[in-house]
Design a protein around this ligand. Sequence first.
Ligand SMILES: Nc1ncnc2c1ncn2[C@@H]1O[C@H](COP(=O)(O)OP(=O)(O)OP(=O)(O)O)[C@@H](O)[C@H]1O
Length: 552
Amino acid sequence: MRAAVRAYAQLLDGAHRLLALSVVLSVVQSLVLLPAALLVRRIFDTDLPHHDSTGVTWTGAAVLVLYVLSALVGLANRWVVVIATKDAMTRLRTRLWHRLYELPRGWYDAQEPGRVHGSVVQDTERLDLVISQSLSVFLPAVVVTAALGVLAAVLDPLLTLVLAGVLPLLTLLSRWLGAVVERYAQDWHRHFDRFSAEVTQGLRGMVMVTALGTAEAELARRTRTVEALSESGRRLAWRVSAWTIAQGTVAAGAGIAVLVVGGREVSAGSLTIGALLSFYAIAALLLRSVSTVVGALPALVTGGASLRRVQEVLDADAEPPYRGTRRIEFSGDVRLEGVSFGYDERPLIRDLDLVLRPGERVALVGPNGAGKSTVTALVLGLYRPQSGVVRADGVAYDELDLAHLRARFGVVLQELVLADGTVAEAIRHGREATMEQVRLAARRAGADAVVAGLADGYDARIGEEGSLLSGGQRQRIGLARALLGEPRLVVLDEPTTHLDDAAIAHLLTTLAELPWRPSVLVVTHDSAAAASADRVVVLRDGRTAAQEVPVP
Ligand SMILES: Nc1ncnc2c1ncn2[C@@H]1O[C@H](COP(=O)(O)OP(=O)(O)OP(=O)(O)O)[C@@H](O)[C@H]1O
């Protein structure tokens, strides 16, 4: 519970002024009720015994005005807290995005499927709800409870003690049931991650599953996950309800105890009925705000579990592979020197030397699983070798500002990610480029023919992940994106998979004739693509098997 409170405090770090204003408004809200309690006493102890009906009416009206005033202050307070919490959520989501772009690929490899998506989408959404709904009533209620407690103690210390007798029981309940709810919330989160991962996988694989005729088996698996999620949701909801109801019952018990003890005092003549009723009016408000405080606890605890998961992403102990700052012009010269690398303890790349001179076109070939894509990832600086060094223009990657260097790379990876938007937007990919430059890149990549066939040309939408295009059309758009900005190094991982013979021939001629002569590293199983390179490097079992095979 304490950890959850600390995490919330950290989350609301930038909103201290607004929260302070909220505390002041909460105190004002309670202070306004002080004269109301005294006026209630006046009705019963002065106006009624004197049969003063006008007095009763006016005093009653004054009490009503004070309640309305208190409610208005409460409304203003709610507004302040909502602004503070919404700002906090915007900051949190922005920080998360920053962190996600910083985290290295190795960190993503190590995550459970669905976990990151779950934290970014569901956990932040849950937090938004919990903080907006719960905290906007929780914080003022804490202050109102404290203020009303002081007020009650001033009115009648003995009855306040009776009321306070409930506190140890409430604390015990919160500790015990809070820990239980937290455990069940974690279990529910685990099931939700699984569900979230399956939704992503299921939607992506929908066409394939239909084609393979395995929909029934898939459906059975998905149903099991949904049932397990519901079951864990039921277990959690049941504990949350038990907690809330137990707290409400304890609070109601306290109210009854006040009536019994106060009633005995009235019968004994040591308390006036007006004093008892005015105390009871304050006690009822106090118990209501105590109920609000304790009623918000289950939501705060489950939200706390979400906050911790988000915090784990923000505080992930994952160093980027390189942290250098030096910026170079970069001529396209890249070298791997004695590089060894493995995703786990098993070495995949062993003592590899690979040289790519400026303007040179090198084809990397080899059997499936030999490590060719892994070599391209090492060239792109996505992983750090366990030993050996990677250099650009003779400077070790360790010294370099890799983001700056990568801006000089043009890349087409096996998994071609195209965001939904127009063809021109897909080619620009957020970079500044004139329409003329976009057209030129498209022509070089053979994508102009694709564009010519689309009704809206460069303004045609390509669909989510380019779903409105064919595989070959997507690949050409991807190539155009890689060639925009005239990169010094072009890295292509199996760029011909979806291309027909004419497109492959066009690509090879283009790569050979690019006017600024970039270096090209192309991973390929295509013999025509390999034959067009200046050199072919064969990778087998993590090493260059045939050192460098010159093309005849
Ligand atoms: N992120 C990863 N985490 C763990 N292992 C991985 C990861 N990526 C690849 N591997 C493993 O590394 C080995 C080499 O994979 P890589 O993709 O580099 O081979 P490749 O030569 O490009 O294969 P292909 O010709 O089939 O595309 C494979 O056994 C693969 O399972």
